[in-house]
Design a protein around this ligand. Sequence first.
Ligand SMILES: [Zn+2]
Length: 248
Amino acid sequence: MNDDQLLRYSRQIMLPELDYAGQQALLQARVLIVGVGGLGSPVAMYLAAAGIGQLVLADDDVVDLTNLQRQIVHSEQTVNQLKVDSAAATIAQLNHDINVECLPQRLADQSMEEQVEAADVVVDCSDNLATRTALNQVCWEKKTPLVMGAAIRFEGQLSVFDSRNPASPCYACLHHQTNSLDVTCSANGVMSPMVGVIGTMQALETVKLLAGLGQPAVGKLMMFDGLSAQWHSFALPKLDDCKVCAKG
Ligand SMILES: [Zn+2]
């Protein structure tokens, strides 16, 4: 780390749980963020601010006026631009040290496999079941930890799936047991700070995985009820017959 970096990250480096070695690990890390919308905005901005060296942004969408209510990485100036370009511009202003790679595409098949394999952590900020399901499958195969988040209306949920840990469940286990949140913000609405709460938690879990600190939310489902301001944590068991994560 150079002097500027030591100063910039000093409030993190002084944390004994992170320390110099942890910050160094963050600077050398590569994180894939799938979806640069409501959840992807705080994820990208906090990870850039925290000094994650390489961020890969995947999204095929362009910024729309209806996004600005919650997708805070974008601005009025970037309406109609690609979301990945809009987010990259914001990140460059926040921390020029961060290497940002833009993928203006909906990741699938080979491109998804290559990007997941190259990443240290994948953050699922997508808004559709097809992408979530495929990402879960590929992350499990490539042994890349997956930080899943979702927010709708005043409800949010978060979990971490880590196939390096044989006891970890996966997104398919969760989907099978809850069958929920396959609904979109465009059809159901979402209160703006809800994506901030969940996205910020996803960023924190990502930092923990990269620096090896604390206990990531593996094997549990965290649910946030914005109306009652309450977090609920449920044990999320691995399904014995899960088609993705159970050993046959
Ligand atoms: Zn599973």
